[in-house]
Structures are given as structure tokens and as C-alpha cells.
Design a binder for this molecule. Structure first.
Ligand code: NZQ
Ligand code: ZN
Length: 383
């Protein structure tokens, strides 16, 4: 494996009743802006729990951060932070609220003319407000990582800074019991693909990372369908919440090649056609596995054997089965696995390829050998 530096200082408070820990987790005397989404936290009791825990603080709330958080909404939050003199941010919600809060934390301290440069030009983040989070949707890993994804018009762009890593994350699986089946599924498949992006590349003599990754994949395959069948089982939600966090907290990506082509292409599907993040990935991944099967051959065979128990037959047939099993898992989770499933046809492909080109995101893949022609071939395989 390659050399690496690993640090993940986010303090995790995991389990029932942990929202009360907010009172200790936020420094006393902080002036707190709590940011949330479209209102799910008001109907499932999370808002009230947060309000009770914040009783000793000077705090206000900013609601309305939408799924795939929008730049204009976040800039309104930045104005509010500046006008109100807030010095600590608390995100309460899913990945969109946490990502949006990360951007607000950086943009509020940005010294340049226009914070859009943080996303569009990858302008360095030199300062950010401290933030913590209460996670309500296990999926993105945003609760302990340094990434954030923001949308403006039809551009969905990411930035990365250790300055926006949450200081703490409260993970109470009970907060996820109010999720609709669609969001349970989106979260499970998103976490699954996060593992795949860091695992299904080429062998790198990283046995620990491989076994951790396989353990997470097996856990998601076991618990995801059960959580759809039994939406009241809190033990399943706990496993899913922890698996999704570990899937993208940096650990399994240490010292190994990483792909992320499925995500980059998926982001274009969301930006142009409004497809939920998780579902954008399940549309792309089976076709990407097929198109890249030669480059990923060794890891596909390892994945077939260790994740699906496929160890008999010709190698090419084993790879076929592993791709079929991946698709079957996604279908079991009720998500789309082709462009046609999402109501799209070949006319979408030009738009998607142009989006990647215009945002200067090519080439993609663990070897940097997926250009426009290869993306086009992957998407043709996803029809
Ligand atoms: O807005 P509210 O009313 O809260 O409703 C949300 C939203 O409609 C709802 N929801 C969340 N928790 C709930 C709940 N409904 C009922 N009960 C609960 N406990 O779920 C809907 C979707 O929420 P959202 O935050 O958009 O979902 P998710 O966590 O999947 O986040 C997706 C965003 O994260 C980005 C995606 O691109 C997308 O913008 N990602 C961030 C990453 C990161 N920071 O590392 C990596 C990922 O690959 C991903 O790109
Ligand atoms: Zn994702």
C-alpha cells in the first residue's frame, strides 16, 4: 500500500438519547446557528430534542436547506451568520444539511470576493467557523469527513477542507426511524458505492483495507433489505448508521487507489435530471463494472468470492455473476439500475458527457483513463 497520513478527529456520540450530549459538545458561550432542511426534524421530534439540549445557549435556527443543497440558499445562511454574529454552526439533518453547513462555515470566513470560487476554482479554504452535527440520514459519511457537495443551477461541485470537518457528530439511530423507504434505500446504496469506489480498483497489498471494505459491503447487503422489510428494527438502523459512517470517514481509503468515476458521472445525473444521489450511482455502477471489467479484473474476482461467495467456474463467468448480484442487490433495495428505469434514453448521454467536460472533471477513474469516449461507453451500457 502507499504511504498515508490518517486523522479523523470528529468526536462521535453514538446511540440512543445522545442528542442531549450537545449541551457538552458545543463550547459554552458559543453563539450557535442551527441549520436544518425541509422540516423532517420538526415532525419526528429531533428539533425538540435539539432545542432542549441547546437550552443554555444563545441560538437561532435557519431552515430550508434542500436536498442537493443550493448555493443561493447557503449564501442566505452566510448573510444570516454575518449579520447575527454567530460563531458556531450546528447542522441537523442528512448529508445535504451537513454539506451545506460546511460550505456556510467556509464561505462566512472567505476573504476573497466571491465564495463560489471555493467550489468552481477550488480556492483554498484558509479559515472556517467550527461546526458540529446531528445526523438523521445514514448515507454520505459527511458527519465525520472533509467533503461537501453544493449545487448551483446545473452544476454540482465538491470541495474538501479539513477545516470543515465536524468537531463532533451525534449519531442516534432512532432519529432514522422516520425515514421513508426511498431514503433508507438511497442511504444504503450510497454507502455501498462509497466502499466500492475505494475497493473495486486494482490490488494494492492493502489487506486490512480490503477486509474492512468487504465487511462493510457484507453488512450493508445483510441489513439494507431487512431495514426495508422491518422499518421499526432499531438494531438494523444502528448497523446501517455505523457502516455508512465508516464507509466514508477516510479509513478504508488509506493508502489505496480510488475510483470515484461512478460518483462523478452520478453527480451529472443529479444536476441535469434531478435523480436522487444514491439512485444516480446505482444507474451507473453496474454498467461501469461491465465496461471496466478488464481493468478491474483482479478485484472483481476478489469481490465475487469474498462478498458473494462466487468461487466456482471460469473467471469471466464469475465476474458476470458478481455484476448480476450487485444489480440484484440494488433492485432488492428498490432503486433504479439503468437510465431507462429512470425514464431517460440515449439523448441524455450528450448532456451528461458535456457536463463533465464543461466542469473540467475528466479524466476519471483509479488510473485516470476514463475520458469522454469511455464515459459515453459506460452510459451506453447503462441504457
Ligand atoms: O430536508 P428534510 O425535511 O430534513 O428531509 C430530508 C430530505 O428530503 C429527508 N430526511 C433526512 N433525514 C430524515 C429525513 N426524512 C425523514 N426522517 C429523517 N430522519 O431525506 C431527504 C434527503 O436528505 P439529504 O440530506 O439530501 O440526503 P443524503 O444524506 O443522501 O445527502 C445527499 C447529499 O450529500 C451529497 C450528495 O451529493 C447530496 O448532495 N454527498 C455528500 C458526500 C460527502 N459529504 O462526503 C458524499 C456523497 O457521495 C454525496 O455526494
Ligand atoms: Zn455518495
Amino acid at each position: 500500500m502507499d504511504n498515508f497520513v490518517y486523522e479523523n478527529p470528529t468526536r462521535i456520540h453514538f446511540g440512543s438519547g445522545q442528542i442531549a450530549a450537545l449541551a457538552e459538545a458545543i463550547p459554552s458561550g458559543a453563539r450557535v446557528l442551527m441549520l436544518y432542511g425541509g422540516g423532517s426534524i420538526k415532525s419526528n421530534g429531533v428539533y425538540d430534542q435539539v432545542a432542549a439540549a441547546l437550552a443554555g445557549f444563545d441560538w437561532e435556527a435557519f431552515g430550508g436547506i434542500e436536498p442537493n443543497p443550493r448555493y443561493d440558499t447557503l449564501m442566505r445562511a452566510v448573510e444570516r451568520v454575518r449579520a447575527g454574529g454567530f460563531d458556531y454552526l450546528l447542522a441537523v439533518g442528512g448529508g445535504s444539511v451537513i454539506d451545506g453547513t460546511k460550505f456556510v462555515a467556509a464561505a462566512a470566513c472567505y476573504a476573497g470576493d466571491d465564495p463560489w470560487a471555493i467550489l468552481a476554482e477550488q480556492a483554498p479554504v484558509r479559515e472556517a467557523l467550527p461546526l458540529g452535527c446531528v445526523l438523521t440520514l445514514p448515507a454520505t459519511g459527511s458527519e465525520t469527513n472533509i467533503n461537501a457537495v453544493v449545487t448551483r443551477a446545473e452544476r454540482k461541485l465538491a470541495f474538501y477542507s479539513s477545516l470543515v470537518r465536524p468537531r463532533f457528530a451525534i449519531l442516534d439511530p432512532a432519529t432514522t426511524l422516520s425515514l421513508a423507504p426511498r431514503q433508507i434505500a438511497n442511504g444504503v446504496v450510497d454507502a455501498f458505492v462509497h466502499v466500492i469506489e475505494q475497493y473495486l480498483t486494482y490490488p494494492a497489498d492493502a489487506r486490512v483495507q480490503d477486509r474492512f471494505a468487504e465487511g462493510l459491503l457484507l453488512t450493508l447487503i445483510e441489513t439494507g433489505p431487512k431495514a426495508l422489510d422491518d422499518p421499526n428494527d432499531l438494531t438494523l438502523r444502528a448497523d446501517i448508521m455505523w457502516a455508512a459512517s465508516l464507509a466514508l470517514n477516510g479509513l478504508i481509503g488509506c493508502g489505496v487507489p480510488q475510483d470515484w468515476a461512478t460518483h462523478r458521472i452520478g453527480h451529472e445525473l443529479t444536476a441535469h435530471f434531478g435523480i436522487d444521489h444514491g439512485r444516480s450511482l446505482t444507474i451507473v455502477l453496474p454498467a461501469l463494472m461491465q465496461a471496466r471489467r478488464a481493468a478491474k479484473r483482479d478485484k472483481l474476482l476478489q469481490y465475487a468470492e469474498r462478498v458473494f461467495g462466487i468461487d466456482q467456474g471460469e473467471p469471466e463467468a464469475r465476474i458476470d455473476q458478481a455484476i448480476a448480484q450487485t444489480r440484484a442487490f440494488f433492485q432488492r433495495m428498490g432503486v433504479e439500475t439503468s437510465l431507462a428505469d429512470a425514464g431517460l434514453d440515449a439523448t441524455a448521454i450528450d448532456t451528461l458527457v458535456a457536463g463533465l467536460e464543461d466542469n473540467h472533471l475528466l479524466p476519471l477513474g483509479e488510473r485516470g483513463d476514463i475520458g469522454s469516449a469511455e464515459v459515453r461507453a459506460i452510459l451506453e451500457g447503462a441504457l
